[in-house]
Design a protein around this ligand. Sequence first.
Ligand SMILES: [Zn+2]
Length: 479
Amino acid sequence: MSTTCIRHADWVVAWDAVGRRHVYRRDVDVAFTGDTITLVDPGYAGPADHVVDGRRLLVLPGLVDLHAHPHHEPAYRGVREEHGVPNMHMTGLYERSQAFVAPDDDFRRASTEFALCELLGSGVTSLVDISPAWEGWLPLMAASGLRAFLAPGYASARWRLDNDVELKYAWDEARGREGLAAALALVDEARRHPSGRLSGVVSPMQIDTCTPELLEESAAAARARGLPLTVHISQSVSEVREMLRRHRRTPIQWAESLGILGRGTILGHAMLIDTHSWVRWWTRRDLAIMAETGVAVAHCPTPFARYGQILESFGDYLRAGVVMGLGTDTTPHNLVEEMRKAAVLSRVASRDVRSATAADVFHAATVGGASALLRDDLGRIAPGAKADLVLVDLTLPAMQPARDPLRSFVYHAADRAVRDVYVGGRPVVAGGRVLTLDHAGAAERLARAQERMLAAVPARDYRGRSAEEIAPLSLPVVR
Ligand SMILES: [Zn+2]
């Protein structure tokens, strides 16, 4: 096993195990052997196969992206940013997921490889990839060098639109059960992978598309394996209204009644809860349920903010005692940008500058995500933790003046300042370049893949519209 020492690191965001918080340390060495950090202190005196000059560097723990869909989201670039359906309380989710669909596995491969390059380049070292299983997924995740949590999605129903007001469901319980069995087989295969970097999350896709039986079985399977479970919940007003109609309870309250909420349950979004101004349901219990049961929220500000919706608020969830993690959900796969949005939009929602700080959102993007994944060896720089590290270049003008380098990173430079990334002690990004995958090649294949998706839109849309009619270009094309 080889040892690497980052010597005289100017700034290190290190883990204070007693205070259970990140702290700055100055001019220390960070040493790791194999995939594990062995020392965070001045004056490392042991042997080192590789020495990195840590002067003018900020060393961060690798970021944990708790919620993303790499198999198709990059192909929504230029389509999704301004697409929404006013008659569905602004969400474009249902219309888009029916009309814009990944046509084949070459599409999924290009899209995923492209997303993984963006993720690695912005300092993400752990990723929860929520995607329908596809051929070649596991080998690509292994080749990427990421610490990957495969979350093969399945459901008992599909959403079905025949107009732009009503959300309808096509139920097929047998399909859901087969999906669960196949997902568990793939997750078990990932856990056996010799790299030790692959694992899984049990992922019934949405609270409204799964029967109670499928959700309960999924939770039991996750518990039996000691794995997390993730489900999209409270992600649209339409979903909340549907669940109130079916169960006379909010989605969060119904999930609690099923017994599927607890530590290790990751709620995708959990934004439109009973107290949210777009919902205004009378019960006022959802936030307390999330805190008391110990679930984690995968908060993804970007896709919702584009519809005009924000969490109300990140800071209020934190102070209520909810474990908060962050995800990218869509493209750009840039978790630093999500940190920035989470902090700023929390203050907008609370009308209070104190609502969320850089420290709060950085905690969510590291330790919060690790806790959600039941992993206390991730998201922190401390002896015994995995050597998942991000080296940030303090000499970059966008990082200067680096009086408070975490603020320089979160509010200013973001991914531009990411120089090197290690996952389990292995270099995966060097000098800003992804070493394990082909970003430019994936971009080219993705562009062709997007054309195939767009060409199929009229056959899939309930009104037979073209992609251009559903999501027009931002400017007219004139001769
Ligand atoms: Zn999602």
